[in-house]
Design a protein around this ligand. Structure first.
Ligand code: SAH
Length: 261
């Protein structure tokens, strides 16, 4: 009988409600008062959870040996889950790459941090990224204060990354659709260049667009297997030196043969 009395109470309350005349807006307002605080607190606790996961991710990266304070701060603050498709968000902060559509991936957090640290980004630096993808690596570089130019070969990815970066307030990132083999001649020269897709060789135009004293980091090797992450330094006389850093696996750097700079 307890159950029955419960439903009777509901029916009883409904009768009372019907007997009072509500303006439709009042009803909406009442519904809002009940629903909105719940939605807002749900959103807040999800953001707090993401924050906790992000701090744990940054702590792991620190344990793996990344020391640069600006890089670690960027890893602790850039909301990686915003760059990952909805269906992968619950695992956005795991130390793995994640699919972002078009057969492409957002890189593993440790690799993002490692490559960022190798460039020693500072607020007065101009950096070119080849392979915008989701925009996450560009956001991490931008969070260190650097001025970032980023180019992406898939137009749809370039558009969505541009919108995302704008929505999240990364005003120091400029992005465009194009083939990164040609760099970004109008914005060159750059203090640093980061390539986040695997190239068969170091594109000569990228070396040209590097300032004397500049650094570049690029995965080079077999595009469908393991590559080497190569560190390129151009000295003040324009002399270029390269060294192997570590074996990595990136998606291939594609060519758009229809496109010129
Ligand atoms: N940095 C990205 C992930 C890189 S995945 C992020 O943080 O999410 C590699 C990206 O490089 C892909 O989006 C791919 O479409 C892009 N790409 C491949 N070849 C390219 C080229 N020639 N020029 C510009 N972008 C290219």
């Amino acid at each position: 009988m307890t159950k029955l009395s419960g439903s009777e109470n509901v029916v009883g309350s409904w009768r009372i409600m019907r007997s009072i005349r509500f303006h439709p807006c009042t009803t909406l307002l009442l519904a809002g008062l009940v629903l909105c605080p719940q939605t807002a607190s749900g959103q807040r606790s999800r953001e707090a959870e993401y924050r906790e996961q992000r701090l744990a991710m940054a702590a792991l990266i620190r344990r793996y040996g990344v020391e640069d304070a600006r890089t670690l701060h960027a890893m602790e603050t850039v909301p990686r889950h915003e760059f990952v498709p909805e269906e992968h968000r619950s695992r956005a902060y795991g130390d793995h790459p994640r699919p972002i559509g078009y057969g492409q991936t957002i890189s593993q957090p440790y690799i993002v941090a490692y490559m960022t640290e190798m460039l020693h980004p500072t607020p007065d630096m101009k950096v070119l990224e080849v392979g915008t993808g989701s925009g996450y690596q560009a956001a991490v570089l931008a969070q260190t204060g650097a001025e970032v130019y980023t180019v992406e070969i898939f137009e749809a990815l370039a558009t969505s990354a541009g919108e995302r970066l704008k929505r999240l307030g990364f005003d120091n990132v400029t992005n465009r659709h194009g083939d990164g083999h040609f760099g970004w001649p109008d914005a060159a020269p750059f203090d640093a260049i980061i390539v986040t897709a695997a190239a068969g060789h170091i594109p000569p135009m990228l070396i040209q667009q590097l300032k004397p004293g500049g650094r570049m980091i690029i995965p080079v090797g077999s595009v469908y297997g393991v590559q080497n992450l190569i560190f390129v330094e151009k000295d003040s006389n324009g002399k270029v030196r390269t060294r192997n850093l570590l074996p990595v696996r990136f998606v291939p750097m594609l060519s758009d043969l229809r496109r010129t700079p």
